[in-house]
Design a protein around this ligand. Sequence first.
Ligand SMILES: NC(=O)c1ccc[n+]([C@@H]2O[C@H](COP(=O)([O-])OP(=O)(O)OC[C@H]3O[C@@H](n4cnc5c(N)ncnc54)[C@H](O)[C@@H]3O)[C@@H](O)[C@H]2O)c1
Length: 442
Amino acid sequence: MEEYPKIEIAPAKGKLGVLTPGMGAVATTFIAGVIAVRKGLGSPYGSLTQMGTIRLGKRTEHRTPLIKDFVPLAELDDIYFGGWDIFEDNAYQSALKAGVLEKTLLDQIRPELETIRPWKAVFDKQYVKKLDGDFVKTGGSKWDYAQMVMEDIQRFQEENKLDRMVMVWCGSTEIFLKPDKVHESLESFEKGLKENHPAIAPSMIYAYAAAKMGIPYANGAPNLTADIPAFYELAKETHTPLAGKDFKTGQTLMKTIIAPGLKARMLGLAGWFSTNILGNRDGEVLDDPESFKTKEESKLSVLDQILQPDLYPELYKNFYHKVRINYYPPRGDNKEGWDNIDIFGWLGYPMQIKIDFLCRDSILAAPIVLDLVLFMDLAKRAGFSGIQEWLSFYFKSPMTKPGLYPEHDLFIQLMKLKNTLRFMKGEEQITHLGADYYEFYK
Ligand SMILES: NC(=O)c1ccc[n+]([C@@H]2O[C@H](COP(=O)([O-])OP(=O)(O)OC[C@H]3O[C@@H](n4cnc5c(N)ncnc54)[C@H](O)[C@@H]3O)[C@@H](O)[C@H]2O)c1
């Protein structure tokens, strides 16, 4: 057995602050959900940290603790919420408008939700064309706004006597930005902040503030944001874990469940057509071609990596892949995602798979936010910094160390996540090698 260094994990003592730039559907469904679970009004289904177990050692040992009993995670009771938005609505009003959770549930936790009021946002309509809001910081450079965000964070920490914090971007998807020279080093990025460089989007200003303060940062949208060398450098300097991008929920979740199965059985793929209708504010923002482009890039990348057309050209070389998102207001947050998958098998005979996933976007995203908060806080206490590839499980476009390809297969991602937890605690990695061989060759 390979020997790993022992990792010292600081205990999850005290209060944990969660900062969300963006307090719309996802953020309020997460916040209201945590408060509801705390009060016994609901269960945290969909959350690995709350429901999941982890097998340790050999199957004969029957050691399968809950993940939250295996690694020291913050308790839900110790979580405090703060965030920014371009609308002044408190978390109760915003959750009502988002229309995800029922009013009867929200009314039972109304006093708690009403105390959560956003701070003024760093916002520029240039980067999210479909939105207009006036609850924004004004009169400064991008550098000044970064300082203001840090002041908001400091005030939040002092007022609530917080021991640790985590930031998760739950804001709208910004326009597609390519990596630019200004992103290449921390020095050029900080100069760019002072000079109001156009390649520095508002989301980067929040991420900069967090990473500068050593606060773990996860990006729930496909925006470039922290996936640039300047942030890798800053994260190293301040020992900050980074993760992203774009929560893996509805259709892409399904894609990364089904594609590995097709490949496992060596079934070929001729085409995969995916279309969605959704009617929430996210859908409206994505109706703008420039924001959709950011999302499209994120959604398209998964199949190529999973199917490896270079290794299996006959099966996967020229499959046609198309993803559409259509804004359709009557559905609100209840998205419908259709997939038509044209596959072929033995002797090239064609077959079809149709998926009609009637999902609820924010219901799928909220437990991801919770898990990321708890695991990013754990990563920080375990001394991990920089890109946290073991959290790829949660993202459509996982950030990877430069030069490495992202892993999209949900099952490999889960194995990586659980093996990282085993590694943290000095437990043996699970190889799934059959017991007979193991005994025989011992
Ligand atoms: N729900 C899902 O399944 C899912 C999956 C993957 C990614 N996402 C992403 O998560 C993000 C949030 O989704 P949502 O459904 O909550 O959207 P939403 O529109 O309900 O909420 C986003 C909020 O961010 C605010 N905002 C925009 N720019 C901001 C800024 N610069 N500073 C502060 N606030 C800002 C908006 O005013 C809005 O209230 C989106 O980017 C979405 O693409 C969601």
